[in-house]
Design a protein around this ligand. Structure first.
Ligand code: SAH
Length: 203
């Protein structure tokens, strides 16, 4: 599968029906998800690996990891409506054998995995909503991929947080990200923001 084909497949998945702003439910755009997945795949972190997708939402990263040959993906999601959409997406693509849905708060997830993938809440609605995600990623895996706002204060926070958990940043790639206006702004329909895609590795 090529990167562009992956991006297209992911962008055609069923999305959130009534996105909940308090949970920062915006799906990862297909092209951004494909960047993350392609980087992970090229680093040998997907094929044949056991993966966790924390805050899996409608399953964009989960589905992508299965399509790229993950052995198993734990799709961890707290919201029942999102879990329903995720199950539909997974079934439609015939990936049920690859996915184990874990309907819970990320803090309660406890499986050991090879690789964590996530597009966590940025903490724009609920301050520090990204922290339980980072903490859990560093607890259950040795490698993690994540997306955060590309802002100096966020970068400083991530750098310090990662060090405290004995992880290092091996990659940081800045990408444009389109986000529905309802979450942050009021005028435009879509806002273009910059995000950093990270790869973290245990030291
Ligand atoms: N990863 C998905 C969705 C990103 S939106 C995608 O790439 O499209 C963030 C997701 O995290 C939402 O589905 C939201 O419901 C979920 N979420 C937020 N807080 C959570 C928590 N504490 N535990 C589990 N899931 C959570």
């Amino acid at each position: 599968m090529r990167k562009r084909h992956l991006a297209m497949t992911l962008s055609r998945l069923e999305g959130f029906q009534n996105p909940k702003p308090e949970l920062e439910q915006y799906r990862t755009p297909g092209d951004v998800a494909a960047e993350l997945l392609w980087l992970a795949h090229s680093q040998g972190d997907i094929a044949g690996r056991v993966v966790a997708d924390l805050g899996a939402g409608t399953g964009v990263l989960t589905v992508g990891a299965c399509l790229l040959g993950a052995e198993r993906v734990y799709a961890v999601e707290v919201d029942g409506d999102a879990v329903g959409v995720l199950r539909g997406n997974v079934e439609r693509l015939g990936l049920s054998d690859c996915v184990e849905v874990v309907h819970t708060d990320v803090s309660d997830f406890s499986e050991r995995v090879d690789t964590v993938l996530m597009n966590p809440p940025f903490g724009s609605q609920k301050p520090h909503a990204d922290r339980p995600f980072l903490t859990k990623a560093f607890e259950v895996g040795d490698v993690a991929y994540s997306i955060h706002l590309a802002k100096p204060e966020v970068r400083r926070f991530i750098e310090a947080f990662v060090r405290d958990f004995n992880f290092s940043i091996t990659h940081r790639i800045t990408l444009p990200f389109e986000i529905p206006a309802q979450f942050f702004f009021h005028r435009k329909k879509l806002e273009r923001i910059s995000v950093d895609l990270y790869r973290f590795q245990r030291v």
